[in-house]
Ligand binder design. Structure first.
Ligand SMILES: [Zn+2]
Length: 172
């Protein structure tokens, strides 16, 4: 943690500093938010095994999955109720082998779904972090632009506080 308490000489930065209630020379805990290596994060997310998990989940969520299973169950059951003769029955009613295969399939599928969900959550986290950095950057820029244009930073900050209070009152 680097907490510089050097007085800020730039008036726009002083305005940003005042916005959190105390004028202490710390704009925000900027070091907390510095850009983590996004490429590293994305690379971790794009690992091959995770992509495979995504593909499995995508397939399991498709109508093809339903069609294939309908045909599979239909053929299996018709064969085993003796439709084409008793010699073709390999898994008689109540189809114990089919039950076991489908149970195992369900276990693995639910795991794949959870892996995919974790992956999507990680992706959303990376996006949120990038959004945050963009917001931070645009806030700092707009305060400096306002300073250059002679906008009253304290007045704007008052309005922002009122607007946020009003918005949160409306949503609650
Ligand atoms: Zn500044």
């Amino acid at each position: 943690m680097t907490t510089q308490s050097t007085p800020l000489t730039c008036p726009a930065c002083q305005a940003i500093d005042r916005a959190d209630g105390v004028e202490d020379g710390n704009l925000f805990k900027v070091e907390h938010y510095t850009a983590k290596n996004e490429n590293k994060l994305f690379a971790a997310i794009l690992r091959t095994q995770d992509r495979v998990a995504d593909q499995v989940t995508n397939f399991a969520g498709s109508l093809n999955f339903v069609y294939i299973h309908s045909v599979w169950f239909g053929v299996w059951i018709l064969l085993n109720v003796g439709l084409i003769g008793a010699s073709a029955e390999f898994d008689k009613f109540p189809f114990g082998l089919l039950t076991m295969i489908v149970s195992l399939e369900a276990i693995f599928l639910s795991t794949f779904v959870m892996v995919s969900q974790n992956r999507q959550a990680a992706r959303a986290d990376v996006r949120a972090e990038l959004d945050f950095e963009t917001n931070l950057r645009s806030e700092i820029w707009s305060v400096h632009i306002g300073q250059a244009l002679g906008v009253d930073a304290n007045h704007v900050e008052e309005v922002v506080k009122l607007a946020i209070a009003g918005a949160s009152k409306q949503t609650s």
